[in-house]
Write a protein that binds this ligand. Structure first.
Ligand SMILES: [Ca+2]
Length: 406
């Protein structure tokens, strides 16, 4: 019996324990209680369900409505991306370019602010948050960013500040009697620093003002740029820090990740001339380096379970699902890497992104069932999932808990 199972046995009352012993002594009843299995997570607790940009599968992302929905569905954590307005306010948006997730393009009063600029070396045309005050941004309507999802709420909800999200989380935690955590990301931190609108000091101030500047507070701070995390740590941020690990794409023929700018390496590495790729972060040496400044890693899913297509005799990718197209849904999941075990060995927890329900985003062998994907990752000992559909992640977690006899 494992230590963990013993602990659970000890929690049972003496009477119940005696009954269990009696049952097992006489061969058990018709429906014996299953043995409680240990979790494989770093902290021996159930994996976290992190609502990625709120319940973003259902509602326009990063709005109060999307976060409230995620909390109502039971998510443990809500995740915002942070960018800065012209007047230095942290707002919840995935991109500095407001054209990606708001109706700014339809507002004639802002037409003159359309411009072309670079974000992390990538040329973009649009309307940028750093050219708008918070008051101006508050006049915009948020859009769902995925054309396959429900468009009926487009334009109805506002862009919110990070402070508004903190307030929501605190209010709802009190109402529900459970602690809901927040998981802010410093988005394009070098870009913001170059604009004179650095994110880090403002984020530390907000977390401190919330009374959350300690390791056990319900706050996880994430970034793709190590420099941003290191700066916040140096400046006294004590909340949990997570190094995100990206790649550009996967080559379905080889099952390998591919690296191309701006998703080849953290942009602060590009600026400083560090030529390593994100892949350097998942080696034992890379993980040990991350452990010097962070508590966990947030890798893209295929770093844990690679996917690979099937090839025909001529070496071309096959249309496995027979829909006339060759894409991700024709690929199958491959044997897992050792990343979770390696990270745990280094003392780092692992939160992987991004889990989504749409069939085209699921490997073929999950059989159109997103819960099958979650279950595979939970069984591997993943510490948390970033999900656009927290309800599905929670259903799968409930199945997983039953498997463990919990
Ligand atoms: Ca196909």
């Amino acid at each position: 019996m494992t230590f963990f199972a013993q602990t659970n046995y000890l929690k049972l009352s003496v009477t119940a324990s005696a009954m269990l012993l009696a049952l097992s002594a006489c061969g058990g009843g018709d429906d014996p209680l299953p043995a409680v299995q240990p979790f494989k997570t770093l902290a021996n607790v159930q994996p976290l369900v992190i609502a990625h940009r709120g319940a973003s599968g259902a509602l326009p992302e990063e709005t109060l409505e999307a976060y409230a929905r995620a909390i109502d569905l039971g998510a443990d954590v809500v995740e915002p991306d942070l960018v800065s307005t012209k007047d230095g306010v942290l707002i919840a948006r995935h991109d500095p370019n407001l054209d990606f997730s708001t109706d700014v393009a339809k507002r004639p009063e802002f037409a003159s602010r359309k411009k072309t600029t670079t974000v992390d070396g990538e040329t973009q045309t649009g309307w940028f948050a750093s050219d708008f005050t918070l008051a101006e941004i508050k006049t915009l309507g948020a859009l769902i960013t995925d054309s396959e999802r429900d468009q009926s709420n487009n334009g109805k909800f506002k862009v919110i500040t990070f402070q508004e999200l903190i307030d929501l989380v605190k209010t709802r935690s009190t109402q529900l009697g459970r602690t809901i955590a927040v998981y802010p990301e410093t988005k394009n931190p070098s870009y913001h620093r170059a604009l004179g609108l650095p994110l880090e000091d403002k984020l530390i101030a907000a977390i401190t003002a919330a009374g959350w500047n300690n390791k056990t507070s319900p706050v996880y701070v994430q970034s793709f740029e190590p420099g941003s995390l290191k700066e916040m740590k140096t400046k006294g941020l004590q909340a949990k820090l997570i190094q995100l690990i990206d790649a550009d794409d996967y080559d379905l023929k080889t099952g390998k990740l591919t690296y191309a700018a701006p998703y080849d390496r953290p942009y602060d590495w590009t600026l400083s001339g560090d030529t390593r790729l994100f892949s350097a972060m998942v080696t034992p040496a890379g993980l040990a380096e991350i452990k010097t400044y962070a508590d966990g890693i947030g890798p893209w899913k295929p770093y844990i379970v690679p996917v690979k297509g099937a090839l025909d005799a001529a070496g071309n990718l096959r249309d496995v699902n027979g829909d006339g197209k060759v894409n991700y849904n024709d690929a199958s999941s491959q044997p897992p890497t050792t990343l979770i075990a390696d990270a745990h060995k280094a003392g780092l927890f692992v939160h992987a992104y991004t889990f989504r329900n749409e069939q085209r985003r699921l490997a073929f062998d999950y059989n159109k069932d997103p819960k099958a994907e979650y279950l595979q990752f939970y069984r591997l000992g993943l510490d948390g999932v970033f999900s656009d559909f927290p309800d599905t992640a929670l259903e799968a977690r409930a199945s997983y808990l039953r498997e463990l006899g919990r």
